[in-house]
Every structure is written in C-alpha cells, then in structure tokens.
Design a protein. Structure first.
Length: 255
C-alpha cells in the first residue's frame, strides 16, 4: 500500500480540505465517512483559511511593489547625500569653505572620504547631519552649496524618511499576516490529519485498490515508494481469486 503525506503548501492544504468537505457534503446518509463535528469544523475553517491565504498573497504582491519603489527612494537619497558631501569636500580642498566648518556637518576635518552610507540608518544620520550643517553654515554667512543644493537633497531625504516609516508599518502588517497564517497552517494540518484518519478507517475493509481510490476521492494523496508495485484493479481481482481459492474450515459439534 502506498503511503500518504500531508500537503506542504497552502494551496495543497486548501485543495485537500475543499475536496474532503465537498465529497462529504455530497455523500448520502449511508456513507457518513466524517463525523459531524469534523465536517462542521472543516466547513468553517476552509473559508477562514482561504481568506487568510488570499490576504497573504495580496500583502505579498503589495510588498514586492513597495520594496521596488522603496529601493529606488533609498538609492536616490544615498546618491544625493553622497554627492553633496563630495562637493563640500572639494570646496574645502579648494579653500572656498574653511575646513573647520566641516565640523558643522559632523564630518572629520582631516578626512575627505564620504562616510559609509551602506545602511538605511547611515543615510538617516548623515542626511540629517548635512542638512543641519548646511543650514547652520549659511546662517553664519557662508555661501550655499549648489549642484546639488541642500533643498534638493532635503526633498529626497524627506521622501526617504516618509517611505521608511511606511516601510516599517508595512513590515509590521506583513509579520502579523504571516504569523496568523502560520497558526492556521498548523490548524489545517491537524484537521487534514483527522479527516484522513477517519476516511482510511471507514474504508479499511475494502480491497487495496478500491480502498485507495475511495480515500483519494476525499483528497488523500498517496505516494509509491521506489520499486513499489502500483495498485490496479487487477490487484484486487487477483486478491479476490486468491481468497476464493483458500479452503474454508468447517467446525463440527461432534467429538
């Protein structure tokens, strides 16, 4: 007899439950394979699980689209911040801006290398540093830096901050949806296992091929082991002939 294996994807879980519910609902009163409690629970759970899976996929599609846009926003903010710092360093090297004024930007006065901007936290910190530094330097009477102007840098920096907040909110939503789905997956597996056990128990006295086909009608999926002979109608016929050919023992009341 081939072995069964529980579904390992959400769609396969849904399919197994939907098949069992539909088959049990269509069965007449002489073939009540599933008990009332299990069938009622499965009917209610299918709708809940189906809705949660749909919500997960909707959230995933939104996440993919939002992540693509977010990466673009991060790239722009990083580029403008980096470009501004490079222009500032060149102005210091040319003597157009005093090297001591780099401290207004929290930059090392002896180092003309752009700080690490690889992380979003770095972008947040250095974006704020150069915006405040440029505002303070120009307030003191310094000429503003152009190409890029700090106002343009600030535009992309503010867009980045706004998207980062939305990104974190979306991540929390995604984590919540995934957590809910994980809990339902466990519940689905327990319910499918209960259904399959009841189905196999109901058809346990049938011949192997007929039993397998009856169980498959309720959504049970069987797998053959390597080298295992597949069950066919001929399997049942051969078994019936074998049983018919065996002598029947007769008991006598006589000593």
């Amino acid at each position: 007899m081939p072995y069964r294996r529980l579904p390992n994807t959400d769609q396969a879980r849904l399919s197994a439950l939907q098949t069992a519910v539909q088959r049990a609902s269509e069965a007449d009163f002489t073939e009540q394979v599933l008990n009332y409690k299990t069938l009622n629970e499965a009917q209610r759970f299918v709708m809940q699980f189906e809705n949660q899976v749909a919500q997960y996929h909707d959230n995933f599609r939104t996440k993919v689209s939002a992540n693509k846009e977010y990466r673009h926003v991060v790239q722009n903010a990083r580029m403008y911040i980096s470009h501004f710092i490079q222009v500032l360093n060149l102005a210091v090297i040319r003597g157009e801006i005093k090297r001591e004024q780099k401290e207004l930007y929290k930059l090392d006065i002896d180092n003309h290398i752009v700080p690490d901007l690889s992380s979003e936290e770095d972008i947040m910190i250095w974006g704020n540093n150069i915006i405040e530094g440029e505002m303070e330097r120009t307030r003191q009477g310094g000429f503003p830096i152009y190409n890029p102007a700090i106002n343009k840098v600030k535009v992309y920096y503010d867009i980045f901050k706004e998207h980062q907040v939305n990104h974190m909110l979306h991540k929390k939503t995604t984590d919540r949806v995934v957590g809910n789905l994980e809990a339902l997956r466990t519940q689905a597996d327990e319910l499918i296992l209960s259904i399959w056990n009841q189905v196999e128990e109901f058809y346990k006295d049938k011949l192997p091929y007929e039993r397998m086909r009856s169980c498959q009608a309720y959504g049970i999926i069987y797998y053959y082991r390597t080298g295992e002979t597949h069950l066919t109608r001929e399997t049942d016929i051969a078994l019936q002939r074998q049983q018919a050919s065996q002598p029947t023992l007769q008991w006598s009341d006589q000593d």
